[in-house]
Write a protein that binds this ligand. Structure first.
Ligand code: NAD
Length: 356
């Protein structure tokens, strides 16, 4: 791969490769844009078929973090770590501590958070070597699992979408199909049923569905059937890439809005939803509560403040939906414009010299 040419394609600032002998760490840290502040982003641990695949993942995810942080009104840029390894076999204290020392050497240009294949225990090891990590346990002054706050943001987003379509944000009697009832999905089901919504769920893990059915009155369908459920809101809370050529034609909903990251397999699928008259809540706007929560640790974690900022997702999403309608563009494009405008405007403001 011609690295400098690749960095130029999406205007990335930096890419770094770290290797440590004892722990067998092989990690890549990509920094996309630091106009708004230090890059923040997850640590993903995954087996990659080759190094190019790992580089691509780091670059793609760091760019999406730039948009997510900007859209959430945070003063952070976008970054991402990718560890090449099997999270089931290759994790060790020394591996995450080695990564922590490398992250520390960046002097705060990048702040790590948990990602796919890592959890807050791993962040705790990183924390033993650097302060530039968030999403650590409350026993160390952290914010614990971000899922409840993420779910709060998604609820506010569902209200915004519902109000946009019907004029009322009341969720009573609204039919919602939730794909994936893990950490976020299960909390959402609880809050939706409390509000009187009629909920259908699907999960590939029978244990996850059983846990939900033992607590709440919901309908269960198979993972393949969830897309075709007649509902008001299809709520993806499992995987990315689930809005694609195969699934779009099955949807019988008016709104797609949920917690999952990277829901659109490709940008064009956002346009297809738009043409079909299905309102799409851009994923990185509606699911930003998790990021808002962990990022708050940088200021000394304050749950009230994190919840207040997460509550604003309703207003932010509403303004994006309105501008998409006014400009005749799809909602994912409107979200990108919103994030880019903020980066540009704050970047301009910061050109003013102030003595510190
Ligand atoms: P999780 O792993 O706890 O739950 C995901 C659930 O989806 C699991 O129960 C899994 O069995 C199920 N699942 C996987 N594939 C499925 C399929 N094909 N059909 C149906 N179910 C399937 O994850 P989570 O923390 O609840 O996160 C859910 C999504 O939200 C992810 O995309 C995640 O990246 C995103 N997200 C989570 C947070 C957070 O704070 N946890 C924040 C932002 C975004």
């Amino acid at each position: 791969m011609e690295l400098f040419s690749r960095l130029k394609v999406d205007s990335h600032e930096q890419i770094m490769f770290f290797r440590e002998q004892v722990s067998q760490l092989r990690a890549i840290v990509a920094i996309h844009d630091t106009t708004l502040g230090p890059a923040i982003g997850g640590v993903r641990m995954k087996e990659y078929p080759d190094e190019d695949g790992a580089v691509e993942d780091a670059l793609r995810l760091s760019k999406s973090m730039t948009y997510k942080a900007a859209g959430a009104g945070l003063d952070f840029g976008g970054g991402q770590t990718v560890i090449m390894g099997d999270p089931k076999k290759d994790k060790s204290e020394s591996l995450f501590r080695a990564l922590g020392r490398f992250i520390d050497s960046l002097g705060g240009r990048y702040i790590a958070a948990e990602g796919v294949g890592t959890g807050f225990n791993d962040m705790d090891f990183i924390r033993m070597e650097t302060k530039y990590v968030v999403g650590i346990p409350s026993s160390r002054g952290g914010s614990d699992d971000p899922s409840p706050v993420c779910a709060t943001g998604v609820m506010r987003g569902l209200e915004a979408c519902r109000a946009f379509v019907t004029g009322s944000d009341d969720l009573a009697g609204v039919k919602v199909a939730v794909q994936g009832v893990g950490r976020v999905g299960r909390i959402l089901v609880g809050r939706l049923t409390e509000r009187g919504a009629a909920v259908t769920i699907a999960d590939i893990d029978p244990g996850a569905t059983e846990r939900v059915t033992s607590e709440y009155d919901v309908t269960v369908v198979s993972p393949d059937d969830i897309y075709a459920v007649e509902c008001d809101i299809f709520c993806p809370c499992a995987l990315g890439g689930i809005i694609n050529d195969q699934t779009i034609k099955q949807l019988k909903c008016r709104i797609v809005a949920g917690a999952a990251n990277s829901q659109l397999e490709d940008e064009k699928h956002g346009d297809v939803l738009h043409k079909r008259g299905i309102l799409y809540a851009p994923d990185y706007i509606i699911n930003a509560g998790g990021l808002i929560n962990v990022a708050d640790e940088i200021y000394g974690y304050d749950k009230q403040r994190a919840m207040r900022k997460t509550g604003a997702i309703k207003e932010v999403l509403t303004s994006i939906l309105l501008s998409a309608r006014d400009e005749g563009i799809s909602t994912h494009q409107a979200a990108d414009r919103f994030a880019e405008r903020r980066i540009e405007q704050v970047g301009m403001v910061r050109r003013t010299y102030v003595s510190s």
